[in-house]
Design a protein around this ligand. Structure first.
Ligand code: ADP
Ligand code: MG
Length: 485
């Protein structure tokens, strides 16, 4: 069957769960730490023992407020938790403490940029707080499902978008921005492989121009941002083909199989009424004052979009360089430190994006583990700008030495490597004279008009000086000498 996919438009809304990087859990003092041995971070509250009582973790609230401020949300003055009741083996209490009717943040948005350069705003419906469940492990034992309750009670925020997303690529960019943001804010490590950031994709399709949305399907279990994109692309195609065959799309939950690149049915969707939500009686409601919001916003670091604007406006970087340098907070901080020591902002950007990044990749380390202080990189830039070493000598000879001796003066490193360019005009003049004397017939040809021969003489000068002649100055002297004699 020929299917005209272009008749259709996809409509997508994403629900992102982000585990907060608090020291302890959302409602008790059990440690919140990834990777501990199973069931070692499980006090009576995490295990839902009868008679235990939850207590608010103030840090978790502050983190949610930070995220809300960063996304331009309205922070709710009064909000409270609800119980979301359902039975599942990894939910020992039989209910999850979650916010239902009063999310801590409402509205707001995340701006994304697509590959073709277009900007788009993805609106948020809400960000609410809740607790994570334990983890069921179905593949660790031949006969039994094993349960690890370390994750039970870890604080989460859930960010829910309006159905503004139209393609797998937009979803990809949205998640990339969200991950960047939570990492900047230092509230979540954004690691989809480890599940500290998770995404459910709600996908429907409709004929282009149709007013109503189609029936949505919720896709789960994608362990990377690119798998979210793949699962959405698959799901869009599947739904269009089903509709074209005259089939009905049912509201259901599907799981993504990354190996096959396919989604398959998990369960038909439960509605909100199935959860018997009611206000959590064991926790007092939260009151968030304007002063509190003010106090939290004062502790917030500069956001990627603010740094991007600063880098383009104050330091004159182009869009691309500014995006690369603000991709993660540590790189942006290094750049900010570097430009405290040099006014050559373009060179600072290049050093970070090319040579330093190349070195980090080679060593498989990140910028936080980079041992060379920004001031030393600035010294290197100054040596190049002062004509004492060439750019290639700086990156290929001095820099590799500098990473071995990061506290050394860069000038003395260059001296001990014997790579300081000779800009003493007397020495240069001597090499030039020698070079010209070697090729009297070429000198005559030059004077007869073959000016391209300068390159030949320069090559000779560089050879005689063992590469140390300052090329700019030397070529001036070559020309002067040829033209004046
Ligand atoms: P539910 O009650 O089923 O969880 P919500 O109204 O809470 O649904 O929306 C969940 C997510 O689904 C939101 O991100 C929303 O934007 C998205 N969504 C809602 N309707 C559709 C639709 N028809 N197609 C795609 N996404 C949708
Ligand atoms: Mg929902």
């Amino acid at each position: 069957m020929e299917v005209d996919y272009s008749k259709y438009e996809a409509v997508i809304g994403l629900e992102v769960h982000a585990q907060m990087l608090t020291k302890s859990k959302a409602f008790c003092s059990d440690a919140n730490e990834y990777g501990a041995l199973p069931n070692t971070q499980v006090g009576p509250v995490s295990l839902g023992h009868p008679g235990t009582l939850p207590v608010h973790n103030e840090a978790a609230v502050a983190y949610a407020v930070k995220l809300g401020i960063a996304c331009g949300c309205k922070i709710a003055e009064h909000n409270y938790y609800a119980r979301k009741n359902y039975f599942y083996a990894d939910l020992p209490k039989g209910y999850q403490i979650s916010q239902h009717t009063t999310p801590i943040c409402e509205g707001g948005h995340i701006d994304i940029q697509l590959k073709d350069g277009t900007q788009k705003r993805i609106r948020l419906i809400r960000i609410h707080m809740e607790e994570d469940t334990g983890k069921s492990m179905h593949d660790q034992d031949l006969n039994d499902t094993l349960l690890d309750f370390n994750r039970a009670g870890v604080p989460l925020v859930e960010m829910v978008t309006e159905p503004d997303i139209r393609s797998g690529e937009e979803a990809y960019q949205y998640l990339t921005e969200v991950r960047k943001l939570v990492r900047y804010l230092d509230i979540c490590d954004g690691n989809m492989e480890e599940g500290s950031m998770r995404c459910d994709a709600n996908v429907s399709v409709r004929l282009k121009g149709a007013a109503a949305f189609g029936v949505k399907v919720e896709v789960k279990n994608m362990n990377s941002i690119s798998n979210v994109q793949r699962s959405i692309d698959y799901e869009i195609k599947r739904q269009i083909e089903a509709i074209e065959k005259g089939e009905t799309i049912y509201q259901e939950t599907r799981t993504f199989n990354a190996l096959k690149g396919e989604t398959t049915v998990m369960r038909t969707k439960e509605g909100a009424s199935d959860y018997r939500y009611f206000p959590e009686p064991d926790l007092p409601p939260l009151h968030i004052t304007a002063e509190y919001i003010e106090q939290v916003s004062k502790q917030m670091p500069a956001l990627p979009k603010e740094l991007h604007a600063l880098f383009t406006k104050k330091y004159g970087l182009n869009e691309y360089d500014a995006s690369v340098l603000t991709d993660d907070k540590a790189t942006a901080s290094y750049f900010q430190e570097l430009v405290q020591h040099t006014n050559n902002y373009k060179a600072a950007a290049n050093w970070l994006m090319v040579h330093i990044r190349g070195y980090l990749n080679e060593q498989a380390i990140n910028i936080e583990q980079f041992v060379v202080p920004a001031a030393k990189v600035a010294e290197l830039i100054a040596l190049v700008d002062g004509g004492q070493i060439s750019n290639s000598v700086a990156s290929q000879k001095v820099f590799p030495e500098l990473v071995k001796q990061p506290q050394q003066s860069v000038l003395s490193l260059a001296e001990s490597l014997n790579v300081i360019q000779q800009s003493d005009t007397n020495a240069l003049q001597q090499w030039v004279n020698e070079a010209l004397a070697k090729y009297p017939e070429k000198v005559a040809e030059y004077r007869a008009g073959k000016t391209s021969l300068v390159a030949l003489f320069m090559g000779e000068v560089m050879k005689l000086s063992k590469g140390k002649a300052d090329p700019k100055l030397a070529s001036q002297i070559v020309k002067q000498t040829l033209d004046n004699q």
